[in-house]
Design a protein. Sequence first.
Lengths: 231, 231
Amino acid sequence: MKKEPKPETAKTNKGEQTRALIMETALEMLREQGYEQTTMRALAERAGVSLGNAYHYFNSKEQLIQAFYARTHEEHIEACAALLEGERSLKKRLLAVMQAKLDTIEPYHQFAGVLFKTAADPKSHLNPFSKQSAPIREESTRLFAEVVNGSDARVHKEIRDELPRLLWLYHMGITLFWIHDTSHSRRRTRRLVEITVDLIVKLIALTSNPLMRPLRKAVLEIMRELREAEQ
Amino acid sequence: MKKEPKPETAKTNKGEQTRALIMETALEMLREQGYEQTTMRALAERAGVSLGNAYHYFNSKEQLIQAFYARTHEEHIEACAALLEGERSLKKRLLAVMQAKLDTIEPYHQFAGVLFKTAADPKSHLNPFSKQSAPIREESTRLFAEVVNGSDARVHKEIRDELPRLLWLYHMGITLFWIHDTSHSRRRTRRLVEITVDLIVKLIALTSNPLMRPLRKAVLEIMRELREAEQ
DNA sequence: TATAAAACCTGAACGCGTTCAAAAATAATC
DNA sequence: GATTATTTTTGAACGCGTTCAGGTTTTATA
């Protein structure tokens, strides 16, 4: 029989401190030196911990990125709360959220390549479509739901439910472009966001047009297919 | 001064033979055992060559994938030539090309994850948006141009020039989905291709509608932006 | 306070991709 | 054929991510 440690002391365990120490050191090093330079050995040394011990808390180097990913995600969610307050225009809301995203991730552009490289692997836990990423994915989707629901835009009822997921997919596409964007201060991505947000809002306005019916149906079917693929 | 070897003997050099031997052995092993199992040491041993020598001909393990990528691409182009012969329906042409793509890459699905993982890295030569991939990308785009031009579909003149590039982008998206597709025989991807090809053809038919003018403009602007990003 | 259990930590070792100085084989030149 | 230049080949070595058997410290129990 395994006995649980007293829950009120569990959080102040030595282990928790060590984990936090390693994690903070890792984020520091990732920002300062990028991914390749941040070797597990260098990290362990800087944190004043043995190599094996670092692995006791983070099963792989990839898990460091995961922690990192979670953090920028939190920052983004937080930043958006203030931005959406009192704004009713869908275009402005979506634009604000997307720009906040770019602002949040900008400091880490130098090692975003590695992040994406890892995330692209179907076997990786970091893969945005994976089960492990579901919590972040869902929270992110909820943000886009709020963008739409808090606006005064009228959305055809057939696609209303799918729209947040569509916007989440869109935001992944923008992130993909951003990673490959070598322009100064990511100007190109910012420009692309302006154009595409404009396009999306126009498209949404068109959804009620009878001419659009076959397109609506097709898009819904595609989204259903994509959802079923999540397993 | 460096002297060139006699060109007529250059191709039958001992080196060329060794290179071919390593390459064939690599493709064999990749197919049989996947990427991780195909270590450079195992490859060298099977090819009856020293480890250092393998590196003399392939600067990195990644280059093996590149050779592999080029080969499946050739196969696809070849397969399409026969398929497009005598068919005028845009929908059928596009569908045939996409299905041929899936057929070509299916045998390698098991290690496609690694391929994509590598390709996603902005620094990688395999990255489909990179300079190094330009020849394959352009040849592929040309294929999609032929799909459109050889059909009887009427395409609004404003987007006619961009359509092949749009279709190439679409085909990259499908490939991305395919990599993550764990369904039997990639059924989901095949279904997705059917749906999306249908949607695309409908969209193309709609392009001439005046209502679509702002969308056309926006799409063109996005494509211009994407093209400028290729540097 | 003594003892058992759990949590925490260590460093050597493994296999990997990759590099490199130098040896061996081949080709070019005289 | 002897000498030189070039190409081809070797295997040891490096640093990396990762594993693991076993030690040390902390916590729970008596």
